[in-house]
Design a protein around this ligand. Structure first.
Ligand code: LLP
Length: 420
């Protein structure tokens, strides 16, 4: 797919040589809010949510947005108003999700290490279900539920034994991964839950990985879930839903993406006979393309081996290139006819792994020029840190010609605010 197609999907375009996020020139945003700056296109988020819903409309699924991809309140608020539920993985995410307006009845809680306080918060908030990931966790959940006198709605997370073709850090559905329980144990846990007065078995869950470009892992994992649900039904445990997780890939450079229409075509036929409700937990696919990281060129330098463009955003702002070797497209905020040269775009952090792009063909920029790092809406700000004591970036939500600051830039005082 060409960069221009990717751009329109992300709310980006060039007009008279200037890069716009929806109706607002990137340069104006930089003058108003500074850099590094995360900018999200409200229309991209909304349009992608609608497209996903439309693709699965035959089944009317519950789309639980994976809050970890981008927990900003404005982003979550927009998606909850559009009708999404939430998938959370910590007490902190649950707190943020509820505060942003997600309905507790549309919220699910995954994760291998839930603590008792997190379970209490989930039960008190009356969320849709907790995805239990081990026998010991389920025992603790039952005791927390008993003490609160509130039965816990339980989904068992299955590790279906499916190795998704993605980066090894983000494949989660194979036996070597810590997630879920093997299929046989899942059935045993459902039976055990059905015998407890404090547990209510509701469904089955599998999430086989992230940035997946093919439908095969979903079909394989759904087959396991459907088989287990049928066996549970025959054992007198009728379930209410199947959660097939998130993981749909987006276009990063040449990396393949997964269209929701293709995923729907692959999984809906298998569900035709099943009365169970379908849950999805997409994160990246909804919010990734609609976010850019704007950064200013500080210096250029050349060595005998390379040309470096030093920018004011580093691996602490966008960790994905350093951590996964991820490739994010980069565009100049002001179009130019200058010839492209091969450069490394690097940040100010004191690590050789601090790069945003390596060996990329870009017009050799001037100092002060602004670059836009694309596909930064998911796992961008949410994985950012203060490493090297760098205050975290600001975040802005653009809708049409309106730009609203949705998280202020951190200050030096914020860096030490918790220290005693
Ligand atoms: N559900 C569960 C249980 C998950 O663990 C995840 C992601 C999702 C849903 C959403 O997956 P998505 O649709 O966003 O692929 N930091 C990595 C991605 C880690 C994903 C972790 N779990 C990255 O930057 O690529």
């Amino acid at each position: 797919m060409s960069t221009s197609v990717r751009c329109s999907d992300a709310g980006l375009s060039y007009r008279r040589g200037l890069l716009l996020v929806e109706g607002v020139p990137a340069g104006d945003l930089v003058r108003r809010f500074g850099t590094p700056l995360y900018v999200y296109s409200g229309n991209s988020l909304r349009d992608r949510f609608r497209r996903l819903e439309r693709a699965f409309s035959a089944r009317r699924p519950l789309v639980c947005y994976a809050v970890k991809a981008n927990p900003n309140r404005a982003v979550c608020g927009l998606l909850s108003r559009a009708g999404a539920g939430a998938d959370v993985v910590s007490g902190g995410e649950l707190f943020r999700a509820l505060r942003a307006g997600f309905a507790p009845g549309k919220t699910v809680f995954s994760g291998v290490g839930k603590t008792e306080p997190e379970m209490r918060l989930a039960l008190r908030s009356r969320i849709l279900a907790l995805h239990v990931e081990s026998a010991e966790e389920m025992e603790v959940l039952a005791s927390v539920a008993r003490r609160l006198r509130r039965p816990a709605p339980v989904t068992v997370r299955v590790n279906p034994g499916v190795l998704a073709d993605t980066h090894e850090h983000i494949a989660t559905g194979h036996p070597g991964a810590k997630f879920g329980v093997p299929p046989e144990e899942a059935l045993a846990l459902l039976k055990k839950a059905s015998r407890s007065p404090w547990l209510r078995p509701r469904g089955l869950h599998a999430h086989v990985g992230s940035q997946i470009a093919h439908t095969a892992p979903y079909r394989a994992s759904l087959k396991v879930l459907l088989g287990l649900a049928e066996r549970a039904r025959r054992s007198g445990i009728p379930l209410e839903y199947l959660d097939i997780g998130g993981g749909m890939g987006i276009e990063y450079g040449a990396e393949g993406s997964l269209a929701p229409e293709d995923l729907a075509a692959a999984v809906l036929p298998a569900l035709r006979e099943s009365p169970l409700r379908l849950l999805l937990e997409p994160g990246r696919w909804l919010v990734g393309p609609g976010g850019v990281l704007l950064t200013t060129v500080l210096y250029r330098k050349r060595t005998s081996a390379r040309r470096f463009v030093v920018v004011d955003a580093g691996m602490n702002d966008l960790m994905r290139p350093a951590f996964y070797g991820a490739r994010h497209d980069i565009l100049p905020a002001r179009a130019t006819r200058k010839p492209r040269v091969e450069v490394d775009v690097v940040g100010p952090v004191c690590e050789t792994s601090d790069f945003l792009a390596k060996g990329r063909r870009l017009p050799w920029p001037e100092r002060g020029e602004v670059l836009a790092v694309l596909q930064a809406g998911a796992y961008g700000f949410s994985m950012s840190s203060q490493y090297n004591s760098r205050p975290r970036a600001a975040e802005v939500l653009v809708t049409g010609s309106r730009a609203a600051l949705c998280r202020r830039r951190e200050s030096a005082a914020d860096l030490v605010a918790c220290e005693r």
